[in-house]
Design a protein around this ligand. Sequence first.
Ligand code: ZN
Length: 383
Amino acid sequence: MHPMLKPALRRAWRDLRSVQFGATAAHAVVVGPLDTTTGSLLGLLDGTRGVELLRAEAGALGLRDGLLEELLGRLAGAGLLADASAGRPGKAAAAAPPDDALDPLRADLASLSVAHPEPDGALRRVAARRAARVQVRGAGRVGATVAALLSASGVGRVDVLDSGSVRPWEVAPGGLPAEAVGERRAAAAHRLVARSAPGGRPPRTPRRVTGELGREPGLSLVVVTPRDGLAAYLPDPIPAEGWITTGTPHLYAGVLEATGVVGPLVLPGGTACARCAQEERTDREPAWPRMLAQWRSGPPAEVPACDLGLAATVAGLAAAHALAFLDGELPSSTGARWEVSLPLLEWRVERMRPHPACPCGAGRRGEGEHASGLGAPQDTMAG
Ligand SMILES: [Zn+2]
């Protein structure tokens, strides 16, 4: 191991004896009190030295035996240490030559290093993303962009399902390009996914998905991004039945009538599903099934009210929630949905309650667990 203070976090001395790593409320950590000599040891943690060499340097500085290990333990416990020899090119980490293939993901790795405490957490998660398989259902402005973002973020397999041909108003920066107008949506999205992969890659032969959709094994996540946002805003329980039976996590995202929605992320049997939401609303509002029947019976809107800014916002947030889930967290869309409307763009969150009568079982288990954030700056004592 070549210990390195995570370079993504800015460092600032709060006073002579304590140093703050990171500037933002979510991830900042204060380390102290530190004496001057221990402080100078921090300066050596830049990933160019192995632990042996650091121990020798600590001895030369006159620091007592064991202090280095103690400091490293506390820094690691505070989530501040990275291992420069783990796939990262430290100057002296000759055993680990730079992996050029990771270059397009360097900023993503830096972000992962901030969000996750372990020294090798970023690389492990990128490796896990490569093994993940995500299905994106719908290739409009939102869906195509979600697929491109997931692919670009290192998700190894992103399949996009849609029918018909690309219409001129479905083109979006980061989504389907103008050249794709008139082309089959599935083929255009497939090429977009391939082109977006880190370093680019030739398109795979599109997979033929037959039979009942959603019943395929091995899906890490389904992202439901219908071109007509109604099915994201008021998810239909019937297409979700397969995911509930197979225990496939699914996330809804879309834009309907100038309102964007991200969530819920449904963990079958654990958090509220589409049917839970529908039943719960029906309990409160007896006219609801009649309204739903009318909304769902008509043909989908030919031209959705889905402007670029909102579509990009929803796609970006949906991709971030999907990635957080694939990276092992339960993002705030788990059992909840975020909603935002033009023109004021104030975000609202709505908790989705599992319904006791829903066959998904979430209502009988109670609400799923929610991940807790790292919260306010923590103090850690070192030196
Ligand atoms: Zn349910």
